[in-house]
Design a protein around this ligand. Structure first.
Ligand code: MN
Length: 239
């Protein structure tokens, strides 16, 4: 039992081995979870719930099956799959979470986030993030043909790769002041997030309280999981 956390799988037809690891996880290990939290970027990109790539159908089926085994599955959208919506949630049997949100995890008030909101030094990205989360932008985008959306997504990915190359390491990481402020606002003593692909467990002071920031590992060769129970969170890699 316990709460299981994963993020940044970046699943897609170009990395089928990760989809296989994920399906194996959903059909076995994950059945021991009380709750499964997917904290964003499950998919490399998402063009809309009306444009689901056939590669993702087994994932949707396996999520559903896991839910029928009594595991509650929560899904927070990341920066890659931010267009994922209620239709997907219904198909997969998952509950969408706002980013950030507060959940009691192993006895602690825990703030959950994909993590990109904390990268506040990356001003260009934050501007795009704000714009692309407005209903107007999303309605306009989803009105385009799937072909047009795909072209846009591919351009955005290569533009972000180019921009990333020119940004310093510190700009690409979280801003600690932004983290502290958010933990204060939510009275959280623990933060769990992904996005930066810099896994680790950090302690930090918030209002003189000793708090914890856990960064989830992204999936590359292995699957990665964080298990929280009995006041402890433990990362684990698996194949
Ligand atoms: Mn991300």
């Amino acid at each position: 039992m316990g709460d299981y956390f994963i993020a940044d799988l970046h699943l897609g037809p170009q990395r089928p081995h990760l989809t296989d690891i994920f399906l194996g996880f959903l059909n076995n290990r994950a059945r021991h979870a009380g709750r499964l939290f997917i904290l964003g970027d499950l998919f490399e990109y998402w063009l809309g719930d009306d444009a689901i790539h056939p590669h993702y159908q087994p994932v949707i089926d396996a999520l559903n099956k896991l839910g029928s085994h009594g595991v509650t599955i929560f899904f927070m959208r990341g920066n890659r799959d931010f267009l994922l919506g209620e239709q997907f949630a219904r198909l997969a049997g998952v509950t969408l979470l706002d980013d950030p949100c507060v959940v009691n995890v192993a006895g602690e008030t825990t703030l959950l986030s994909h993590g990109d909101i904390f990268c506040s030094d990356d001003i260009g990205y934050q501007q795009f993030r704000e714009l692309s989360r407005t209903p107007q932008w999303q309605t306009e985008f989803l009105a385009k043909s799937i072909e047009e959306r795909k072209i846009f997504a591919e351009q955005a990915r290569s533009a972000s790769r180019d921009a990333t190359r020119n940004k310093s390491d510190s700009i690409m990481d979280v801003n600690l002041q932004t983290v502290v402020k958010s933990m204060q606002t939510h009275h959280a003593s623990r933060l769990i997030h992904g996005h930066t692909h810099r896994p680790g467990q950090h302690t930090l002071k918030v209002d003189n309280r000793s708090c914890q920031r856990i960064v989830l590992a992204d999936w590359r060769e292995n699957g990665h999981l964080l298990i929280c129970n009995d006041h402890h969170c433990t990362p684990e890699a698996f194949k």
